[in-house]
Write a protein that binds this ligand. Structure first.
Ligand SMILES: [Zn+2]
Length: 306
């Protein structure tokens, strides 16, 4: 059984006209999941994250700044490309809260897997800083919750967004209970994620050159990244699911198709079955071509349901 966490408030975060990370992204994903094929999804409203949950990975200064920065009208700019609108605080709290609730649900056996269709995305947000469209680091909040509340000793985060999850890496690079494994284009924003960045041995970065496609992506995961995940024997598999390595995506130069996302999802489901009693929580990160995002997210959710 696959549970889908989302909330209408996630549509109310609006970084403004012309911004790539727009409400229409989530609308496209939800519309794609509205077809008969997905009728069996167990749809649940995302709760709000609590301060306690956020403070496991963020400084109080960062949390309070985000909570206090939503403007009454218009936009407030946190960095060059990270903006807040009146609805941003609730959206960000629902996005992180979805991830926490999803971890609780798979740990308590209410479902085996969950997908969080939420925004803003999270993997660029560091302990102290919003950046790259991200306010709170949703997947990091999920991992920290799994460690603190469920007492897990091995939590894996697989990040296949085309950008490096610099925030997730920075938050956990000294935390051996978390293994962070990422494939991303290099060079590309945020210019981190080189293969020699290994944290305390718990960070694995795999880079793809501009123009790389399905073959290079699958080879990287099969030869480098999946074996590391397998050797770690995670008790829970978390996924930063960005779909911006699709060939039509305007922000990057990798040439994946939607079938590659079904492929990596099947691999991660198998990994979770082998080591984690099937427990897997995936959350939406990037993906900026609406048609490609809808097709890739559908392929991902379809593979999570099988
Ligand atoms: Zn991205």
């Amino acid at each position: 059984m696959l549970r889908l966490y989302t909330h209408p408030a996630c549509l109310q975060h609006d970084p403004g006209p012309g911004h790539a990370e727009r409400p229409a992204r989530l609308r496209a994903v939800l519309q794609a999941l509205d077809q008969d094929r997905y009728a069996a999804l167990d749809r649940v409203e995302a709760p709000l994250a609590t301060r306690e949950q956020l403070l496991r990975v963020h400084s109080a200064a960062h949390m309070e700044r985000v909570l206090a920065s939503a403007p009454a009208t218009g936009h407030h700019r946190l960095d060059e490309d990270t903006l807040m609108s009146p609805g941003s605080v609730e959206a960000a709290l629902r996005a992180a809260g979805a991830n926490v609730a999803a971890v609780d649900a798979v740990m308590n056996g209410d479902c085996q897997r969950a997908f969080c269709a939420v925004r803003p995305p999270g993997h660029h947000a560091t302990r102290d800083q919003a950046m790259g469209f991200c306010l709170f680091n949703n997947i990091a909040v999920a991992a920290a919750h799994a460690l603190a509340v469920h007492g897990l000793k091995r939590v894996a985060i697989a990040d296949f967004d085309v950008h490096h999850g610099n925030g997730t890496q920075a938050i956990f690079e000294r935390e051996p209970r978390v293994l962070f494994v990422s494939s991303h284009q290099s060079p590309l924003y945020p210019d981190s994620g080189h293969e020699d960045e290994r944290g305390s041995g718990n960070i694995v970065n795999g880079t793809l050159s501009p123009g790389a496609g399905s073959h290079e992506f699958r080879e990287l995961w099969d030869i480098v990244l999946l074996p590391r995940l397998d050797a770690f024997r995670p008790q829970l598999v978390l996924v930063s699911a960005g779909f911006d390595a699709h060939r039509n995506d305007p922000l990057a130069d990798i040439r994946l198709g939607h079938e590659d996302y079904a492929w990596i999802t099947e691999r991660l489901v198998t990994l979770a079955r082998t080591h984690a009693g099937g427990r897997l929580v995936s959350t939406l990160e990037g993906g900026y071509d609406l048609a490609a995002l809808a097709a890739c997210a559908s392929a991902h959710v379809g593979a999570l349901m099988d």
